[in-house]
Every structure is written in C-alpha cells, then in structure tokens.
Design a protein around this ligand. Structure first.
Ligand code: ZN
Length: 461
C-alpha cells in the first residue's frame, strides 16, 4: 500500500465530499430528448457540472454531444476509466433527501452516491492524486463519464462511434473484487393466436422477462367445481407456490403467489408463471388452449431453470451454467404471449441457442415476436495484465482476497473490448443502489480513489 496516495486523499476528504455533493444534488434522471440533449435537460446539467469540476481540478474536458464527457490526463492515454452520471429515479421509501446529499456517521446518503457519481468523483481524485504526487505520466488516462447507463448504454454506443477503445478499461460501476465474465443474454418474446379459448378468459403473469414473477393470476369462465380444491392443495405442495380463489362476476379468479427474484439467478425464486400453468393444465378441459399451455409448460417445467427441456442446457468452467427464466405470460382471450430470459455461458457462442429455442417454440405453435438478438458473453481472461494488476492492488489495499467473479448480469463494460468492472461495491454491504436511502461509505470511496490512483501509477508511468 502506498502511504503517499492514501494520505493525499485523506487530506482532501472534505473537498471530495463537497465535489460529490454538487453532482448528487442534480436529479439526473433521463427524460425526453431535447435538441443537443439526448437524455433531456438534467443528465446534461450533471455532465456540465462534472466538466466544471474537472476544469477546476486542472484537467481538459471534451463533451460528446451530451452523451458522455471525456476528461484527459496525459498525452497518450492507454487506460480508460468508465463511470456514469445518470441515475434511476428515487422511488418510494426514502428517509433521507435523495437529491440533497447528507453525511451521517461516515456515510453519504443520496441517489447516485454509490451508483455511480461517487465512483466518478473517486476516479477524478485518482487522476489528481497521480498528477500531484508523480507529475506527468508517460502514457495517460481517459476518464469517460456517460449519461445513459441506466437506460441501455446508448451513451457508449455514441461515444465509441467517435472514439476507439484503449488498451486497458476499468469501470467502478459494479462489484469488488473484479468481474471478468458477464454471461450473454437472449430474451425472446413469442406468441400464438388461440381461436377457441375454451373457458379461459385471461392470464396476467409476469410482464418483464428479466424478473422471476412472484405473482400471476388467471380468470376462468363460470365457477370451478368444489372437488378442484384438492387439486389446488396438491399443486401448491408440488410447486411451492400458494393459490387463492375468488369469485368475480360469476367467474373464477385464480391467484398464484411464488417468490420473485432476478432473472440472472432464477433458481432463487419460485416462478408464479410456471406454477399457475401447472395448475391450469390440471383444471382446464381438453382443447386448444390447454394444448398450448401444456406445450409451453413442457418447455419450461416448474422448478427447472437450466433450459434442459428447451434443449439448451449447457455450461462451461469459466462461466457456469446457462439459466432460463420464464418471465412473461399473458393471455387476453385471443393471443397467448410469453417471454424468456436466457443467460448464456461463453460456450453458448458455438451452440445455436436461438435456433434451438425457435424450433422448440415452433413445435408448440409459437413464433418469435420480431427477430430477437443474442447478446454475446463478455469475457476477459484471468491472466490479462489489467486483471492481474487490479486484483494485486485490491489485495494490497484491502487485505482481502482478490478473485475474479463471473455474473449473469451485464455491466457498463459489456461489449467494450478488454474491459473489466472493478468495484465499487465491497462484498457484504447492501448500498441500496436503485432503492431507498442509497448511500456510500466515505472512506471506501477514498479507498477506491487510492486503488485507482495506484493502478494509474503502475500502468501509466
Ligand atoms: Zn451504475
């Protein structure tokens, strides 16, 4: 650990907090585009403030049409640091001010303190510490601050349409120690028309593919005979979901409750879509709709999350197993709609996942809505120099074991060649990003700044 770097940052702690507050106090949530402001007024305002800050710190700045800003240190940059200034809206349940940063017992509260304005300011201080302690670098650093990470990363599409990638890229927008593998994703939606719904009036299952639905319900014409009660109990026991029946204008509403989870780890949930399908296949009379529902359930039996019955079960050593979440299930009396979310290991690139799922769906009478794209996995080998350097610094500065993580979600560097996510959330703490009372730990942000400064010193001097 380098005591000069650490003490430089500690000396500048109150300035760091004041700078971060200037950014957190701007509600940089995406809005409708304005001329020259692709994400609306407020993300552009946050970027303008960050540029002002960077200029005050003595760095030159370039604005990429309010998609992103670039802060440059040194004449021949080969290291890119990537953070973002946009935030998700505050939502409910805050006991602090979301857009007026407050400090309380070593914590900084406010939307974006951890995701990702705190890390953005930590990177700026890393540049400053390197310059103040070691002077001009041999190569250099580009600190890129995007304005559209939370809404699909169009900011990076635009930025990289103007700029090449650099030799090394690090992004403090995920977890420590370091993420070197992000699975690929395939999230097709599909449907079929049902001519004779045979007593089923509607299904309201999950509406988004990337969540394991915790709730689903169906409306059946007329009343359900008494003896069906035993089936409810039996299916509940079999699926781990609970069911409730209500009469509604002479019809029967079946409510199913499972356990919601993120689609990247569907095994942690109890899928209400497949549990409800299991029940409907037991109680509906034979006919067209029952055939369609049974075929769907045969592709994704309740409790199965590895894609086996879709024919896509696979795994490899670096990325683990493919997962499949059955997130969307809707029926409006005419059209049965569904949606899957598959997280695909690196080895999926050799297998034809899309073709296999398309064929299985077609056998069951379903067709894709549009032409769903497959996002490939993002993978940087464990022995890449940037990975070894970041983990070495992490171990040195934290005293914790530095190891590579493989995840089912995607980070800001997904698709950026050679990019890895390094920080900023330390293991074991819930910083409530995207939730109420998001916070950062001041000393941890300074630690992040110190580790990034060390990496700059090691790679750029
Ligand atoms: Zn983020």
């Amino acid at each position: 650990m380098n005591n000069n770097i650490t003490s430089y940052l500690n000396k500048n702690k109150s300035r760091f907090i004041a700078d971060l507050k200037r950014l957190v106090d701007i509600k940089s949530v995406r809005e409708a585009p304005l001329p020259g402001k692709p994400f609306g007024e407020d993300p552009a305002r946050a970027l303008a403030e960050a540029e002002k800050l960077a200029a005050e710190h003595g760095f030159s700045v370039r604005n990429f049409d309010n998609y992103a800003g670039e802060i440059t240190f040194g004449d021949a940059p080969d290291l890119m640091l990537l953070a973002h200034l946009d935030v998700v809206s505050e939502g409910d349940g805050w006991t602090k001010e979301p857009y007026r940063m407050t400090e309380e017992s070593g914590r900084l509260y406010g939307r974006g303190t951890t995701d990702d304005k705190g890390p953005a300011v930590a990177c700026l201080y890393a540049l400053e510490a390197a310059r103040e302690l070691y002077g001009a670098p041999k190569t250099g650093v580009r600190l890129v601050l995007g304005c559209g990470e939370e809404t699909g990363s169009e900011d990076m599409d635009y930025y990289f349409s103007q700029r090449e990638t650099l030799q090394y890229t690090l992004s403090p927008d995920a977890d420590y120690p370091l993420i070197h593998l992000e699975k690929g994703r395939f999230a097709p939606e599909f449907s079929q028309s049902i001519a004779v719904p045979g007593g089923l009036l509607e299904i309201n299952g999950g509406a988004t593919a990337n969540i394991v639905p915790g709730k689903a319900n169906a409306l059946i014409a007329g009343s359900v005979p008494e003896q069906r009660g035993a089936i409810l109990v039996e299916v509940s026991r079999r699926t781990g979901a609970s069911f409730r029946v209500e009469t509604e204008n002479g019809n029967t509403r079946l409510y199913c409750e499972g356990v919601s989870a993120h689609a990247a780890s569907p095994e942690k949930g109890v899928n209400a879509n497949t549990a409800l399908l299991t029940l409907l296949c037991e109680i509906l009379p034979d006919g067209e709709i029952k055939r369609a529902l049974s075929a769907l359930l045969a592709m994704v039996p309740h409790g199965e999350t590895d894609g086996a019955h879709c024919g896509v079960k696979m795994s490899d050593e670096v990325s683990g197993a493919l997962t499949l979440n059955f997130g969307i299930l809707q029926f409006d009396g005419h059209t049965l709609r569904g949606g899957f979310d598959l997280r695909c290991p690196v080895c999926a690139e050799q297998a034809n996942v899309k073709g296999t799922v398309a064929r299985r769906l077609a056998e069951s009478g379903f067709a894709f809505a549009g032409d769903p794209a497959v996002t490939p996995a993002h993978y940087v080998p464990k022995d890449a120099p940037i990975v070894k350097e970041a983990l070495r610094v992490y171990e040195d500065y934290t005293g914790q074991k530095g190891e590579c993580l493989a995840i089912g979600g995607g980070t800001y560097v997904h698709g950026i060649e050679g990019g890895v996510a390094f920080g900023v959330e330390f293991p074991g703490t819930d910083y409530r990003i995207h939730g109420a009372d998001e916070f950062a730990v001041t000393d941890e942000l300074l630690l992040t700044a110190a580790m990034y400064a060390q990496i700059i010193k090691d790679l750029c001097y």
